[in-house]
Design a protein around this ligand. Structure first.
Ligand SMILES: [Ca+2]
Ligand SMILES: [Ca+2]
Ligand SMILES: [Ca+2]
Ligand SMILES: [Ca+2]
Length: 684
């Protein structure tokens, strides 16, 4: 992009912010802060708490907006904020995620007000630093405050999506003038979609295997601006920042960017992180929830079950380079060879090592830590009625920010999606038969249901006509089958074609519609209405209101933010904290002493994650002995290194020194990611 374009974009962005749109009709009470309001809010916090916070800019978005960071740390205590273990809080790495920004702001405010009021938090901010970046993608976040309302996940880099040499030449239009970009459906012989027979407001892809024929084409609302026969094929922007980070980057995907960290926003964030290697934990408020789903989303399984080991390694490991081994066999050989120097060796590591692809599974020892935290986290979610989040929880995605934080930066990252559209409350009829119930039933219980209920169940399942209730009852009575076996048989059985609407699978968007109908009183969905389209002729315009999945009503947002802010604070308090538990001086001879030091990690997390050690981004703990005057080191090193300490672990270190009785030995313990400790030990 040329320099000349920047001022124009700036003007445009400012203009869009001014045109702030009213929120969804059903959620008028919800207030989200626009990027401009966030900037104003951060400035006011920085002005109000000058002793413990400082506002600065890590860089600019593609469209020229500042990306700000609020540093929260007591400024007077030593060492300074940049030399203390830090927690980085990032929100809006996924551009549509607005609740994250609110949570990040609340967390910042809570910490600022706790300082000087609450002893534990005053101590924490004297010894640690918290960096808060509440808006990473201001252009995408700004879309919520612009008209017409349209979900936007990307920054404002112009991208020629259809390679026609024109950039951003055909974006959507609000044709029916309702202020929203929704969908258009149009009857077409080439159509791949059908109206869902279970719910005529929803569309789904026709399934030719079931004998369905497509009838409709579905488009986003708009015109064919450039007359190429495609509708909205190349709209404004851009790159999705949450796919532009380096770990497991997707090449050949325009939305992910031309290469990793190609975007000014991602580059600014990574520069900030690498310039602050005191960052020991990351809290990410975005669309992923890695405490509920620890898998990498979109994970490609390691291609081959069996692989050949490159010749140079094979000889060294005593393997045959021409034989194919399973990853597990290689893991076993590596483990027994003592290779890896205490590193956790698993299939994922071997896959990386053999060039089969980047690591995509949590290291087992790190996973154990996540699992432990998960129990506590889930308990809290259940208490506030948010345990349904687990059902659709997303793991970290390819090229995402949290994937980078864990796999490459090697620190604990906790990503919280905060909210999702709730599942419709199913009226559970106690006596209703389901496949799951059938599996656990005894024959007597099954027979007690009676023919009518069994028949209703078969119909609902779309069972073939020869599989009728009377026959099943006879089979169970005669002991030919058990209900569990029957359930298995039914799962394998093809569902009869045209078994009726009830037998069809539920539309994946049905829960969204139920939410719109029941909770938002219909405000989340625009009913289909005919429209005369200049390019397509007669169409219908309708569909879900943009941002439906990301902008909860105020009552739901408040509860989840409160819980997640509290939980984030709990996580921060778990940071490792190394102390000198005990020192001992023993006389070995004239002016010769043995100094024994016991270090302990009093925190609830290890001083480094296994993945950090694997990625070579972790820092050992250094313990240095400072000698003065005529003191001399007799045995031991002036600086000892402890690679890491597990939570609660104690490590013993020893030195032998020549020193005069009554003199003192200086000890200093430090690392980039634990608070330094210093002490003097008297020789006597
Ligand atoms: Ca184009
Ligand atoms: Ca474009
Ligand atoms: Ca519209
Ligand atoms: Ca077009």
């Amino acid at each position: 992009m040329s320099r000349l374009k920047i001022p124009l974009l700036l003007v445009m962005t400012g203009f869009l912010i001014l045109m702030a749109t009213p929120l969804l009709a059903g959620q008028a009470e919800t207030k989200f802060n626009s990027p401009a309001e966030v900037v104003a809010g951060l400035k006011s916090l920085a002005g109000k708490y000058p002793e413990i916070c400082r506002l600065s800019t890590i860089g600019k978005s593609y469209g020229g907006q500042d990306i700000q960071v609020l540093e929260i740390a007591a400024r007077k205590t030593k060492p300074g904020p940049e030399a203390r273990p830090a927690v980085l809080v990032v929100a809006n790495s996924e551009g549509v995620h607005l609740p994250g920004t609110e949570a990040a702001l609340r967390l910042a405010e809570d910490l600022l007000t706790a300082y000087g009021q609450d002893k534990a938090w005053t101590d924490f901010l004297n010894r640690n630093t918290v960096y808060v970046i509440p808006v990473l993608n201001p252009e995408a976040a700004g879309a919520y405050f612009s008209k017409p309302l349209q979900e936007r996940t990307f920054n404002s880099r112009p991208v020629d999506e259809d390679n026609d040499g024109l950039v951003d030449e055909d974006g959507p239009e609000d044709l029916n003038g309702d202020g929203l970009i929704t969908m258009m459906r149009v009857k077409s012989p080439e159509g791949r979609w059908i109206i869902d027979p279970r719910e005529p407001r929803l569309m789904r892809l026709a399934d030719p295997k079931k004998g369905e024929k497509g009838e409709y084409q579905v488009y986003t609302e708009g015109l064919d601006n450039d007359g190429d026969g495609q509708i909205n094929e190349d709209g404004p922007g851009g790159v999705e920042l949450n796919r532009n980070f380096p770990h497991d980057f997707e090449y050949f995907q325009k939305r992910a960017g031309l290469y990793p960290v190609s975007e000014p926003e991602t580059e600014a964030l990574l520069r900030f992180i690498f310039d602050h290697n005191n960052i020991a934990m990351v809290i990410n408020f975005s669309t992923e929830n890695n405490l509920l789903n620890m898998q990498q989303t979109g994970q490609a399984r390691v291609g081959a079950d069996r692989v050949r080991v490159p010749r140079q390694f094979a000889g060294f490991l005593g393997l045959d380079p021409d034989t194919e081994y399973t990853l597990k066999e290689i893991v076993d050989v590596l483990k027994s060879s003592g290779f890896g120097g205490g590193m956790e060796i698993d299939e994922s590591l071997v896959a990386t090592f053999l060039g089969l692809g980047p690591a995509m599974n949590l290291d087992r020892s790190d996973q154990a830590i996540y699992e432990e935290l998960q129990k506590d986290y889930k308990g809290g979610l259940k208490e506030i009625g948010l345990d349904y989040l687990e059902k659709r929880a997303r793991g970290v995605g390819k090229g995402s920010f949290p994937a980078f934080c864990y796999y490459q930066y090697g620190v604990p990252v906790f990503s919280f999606d905060l909210w999702q559209v709730p599942e419709p409350k199913k009226e559970e009829k106690k006596d209703e038969l389901t496949a799951d119930r059938l599996k656990s039933m005894s024959s007597e219980e099954f027979l007690a249901l009676g023919e009518e209920k069994i028949a209703a169940f078969l119909k609902e399942r779309g069972a073939p006509p020869n599989f009728n209730a009377a026959m099943l009852i006879k089979m169970v009575q005669s002991g030919q089958v058990t209900p569990a076996r029957m359930a298995e048989m039914m799962e394998k059985m093809p569902r009869a074609a045209g078994a009726g609407v009830a037998g069809a699978e539920e539309n994946p968007e049905a829960y969204l519609l139920a939410y719109s109908d029941n909770v938002l009183k219909g405000a989340g969905f625009v009913n289909w209405k005919p429209f005369k389209h200049p390019d397509l002729g007669q169409v219908e315009i309708g569909g879900f209101v943009p941002f439906l999945k990301y902008t909860p009503p105020a009552d739901q947002l408040q509860a989840t933010i409160k819980y997640h802010v509290q939980y984030s604070r709990k996580l921060m308090m778990k940071l490792p904290s190394v102390s000198i538990k005990e020192t001992k001086v023993e006389k070995l001879g004239t002016d010769l002493y043995r100094l024994t030091v016991f270090l302990q990690n009093e925190g609830l997390l290890p001083t480094s994650f296994a993945q950090g050690r694997r990625a070579l981004t972790s820092y050992p703990i250094r313990v240095s002995l400072k000698l003065e005057g005529k003191q001399k080191l007799f045995a031991g090193r002036p600086v000892e290194q402890v690679p890491f300490l597990q939570a609660g672990e104690v490590r013993k270190l020893e030195w032998t020194v020549q020193a005069k009785k009554g003199s003192s030995l200086g000890l200093r313990v430090w690392s980039n990611r634990v608070s330094p400790v210093e002490t003097m030990v008297k020789v006597d």
